[in-house]
Design a protein around this ligand. Structure first.
Ligand SMILES: [Zn+2]
Length: 102
């Protein structure tokens, strides 16, 4: 059964916040975080009559396609935010370098 994308996304946010709270910035690793994400387990139930998946936790009711669609959109939102941070970091480092050169 697929994991509920809504609950998974919410839990990821919680885990990440706790991880950042518990772990000093220099000790943080993306892989550690992903390992924690792997333990997330919110399997949905299949309603065989309607072929929909149901999340007992948040009440999400969706077909398999909708579940993947929601997951895709949530992942994409996550990625966009990270990309922006990377861009910002790059810009910041470049502007720092420029300043050192001038
Ligand atoms: Zn859910």
């Amino acid at each position: 059964m697929p994991n509920c994308p809504e609950c998974t996304a919410r839990e990821k946010k919680k885990i990440q916040a706790k991880y950042e709270e518990d772990t000093p910035e220099e000790d943080r690793g993306r892989d550690d975080l992903f390992k924690l994400f792997d333990e997330i387990d919110f399997p949905m139930k299949m309603d065989s009559a309607t072929k929909h998946f149901i999340c007992k936790r948040c009440g999400l009711y969706a077909t398999r396609e909708q579940v993947s669609d929601i997951r895709y959109k949530l992942n994409q939102r996550e990625r966009t935010r990270e990309d922006k941070q990377d861009d910002y970091l790059e810009w910041w480092q470049k502007s720092k370098k420029d300043k050192e050169l001038n």
